[in-house]
Design a protein around this ligand. Structure first.
Ligand code: KIV
Length: 272
């Protein structure tokens, strides 16, 4: 049984890999500022993502699309100042990977100027080539499959992905190709739990889930969702850990413990 404690060792990609091998779950959250970064680190969150969700929860935009590379760099610098041990991941926002040279320049900026240790990218056909190129340039990369919020207009809304046999097969194949191309991590968003479990078992890299069931190697939520402060209706796959909690730190510690003890996500937070 896990009991809450601050991180006491540097979280690296090989460390996450060893957690996968040992069957130990790891906890990830988004953050966008210094104060919360310090709190997450104290609460034992292993991976902190400066997500383009900042467009919605920080800037009040309707979608993630207006977020710029400058925005991500700015928030990464603030978050990075609060982290001594956790791995800092930065999202590549919409429009930042429209060509391979542009993707390389922008990913380089996120590491050089933002201080990120790994970048995460969505994307269609170009995702594979982009992952390969970044890997060739020693830029750690997390691929992102399933629901891709940057494609909201193309998808006509935010929907669970991979529900039919063809799209499930396609997602599995693409996940394997992305790993082969050099992805270091895989994030699955809004994917039926069985499919996510199969992909997690087939890949040798760690898989982080959000709305993807309990069998992924790690879990992530948007900070505002798990604190219950997102304006409007929270996503069905989230849980409010702040409800009845004595402090924000205790809420985040409860999330980390629930992930590590296998209590989150539960049967109500996922899709069949
Ligand atoms: O931008 C973000 O916060 C994300 C999470 C939903 C994983 O990509």
């Amino acid at each position: 049984m896990y009991t809450p404690k601050p991180l006491d060792k540097k979280i690296t990609l090989p460390h996450l890999q060893s957690l996968k091998q040992d069957g130990v779950k790891f906890a990830c959250l988004t953050a966008y500022d210094y104060s919360f970064a310090c709190l997450l680190e104290q609460a034992g969150v292993e991976v902190v993502l400066v997500g383009d969700s900042l467009g919605m929860v920080i800037q009040g935009q309707d979608t993630t699309l207006p977020v710029t590379v400058d925005d991500i760099v700015y928030h990464c610098r603030a978050v990075g100042r609060g982290l001594d041990h956790a791995l800092l991941m930065a999202d590549m926002p919409f429009g930042s990977i429209n060509s391979l040279p542009q993707a390389l320049d922008n990913a380089t900026r996120l590491l050089k100027e933002g201080g990120a240790q790994i970048v995460k990218l969505e994307g269609g056909d170009l995702q594979l080539e982009t992952v390969r190129l970044l890997a060739e340039h020693s830029i750690p990369v997390c691929a992102h499959l399933g629901l891709q919020p940057q494609s909201v207009h193309k998808m006509g809304g935010y929907r669970v992905q991979g529900r039919d046999a063809d799209s499930a097969r396609h997602m599995k194949d693409l996940a394997l190709e992305l790993e082969e191309a050099g992805a270091d991590l895989m994030l699955l968003e809004c994917v039926p739990r069985r499919l996510a479990a199969e992909i997690t078992a087939e890949l040798s890299i760690p898989v982080i889930g959000i709305g993807a069931g309990a069998d992924c190697d790690g879990q992530i939520l948007v900070l505002q969702d798990m604190l219950g402060i997102t304006p409007g209706r929270p996503p069905s796959f989230s849980r409010n850990f702040n409800d009845g909690s004595p402090s924000l730190r205790a809420a985040v510690e409860a999330y980390v413990a629930a992930v590590k003890n296998g209590d989150f996500p539960g049967p109500d937070q996922g899709f069949d």
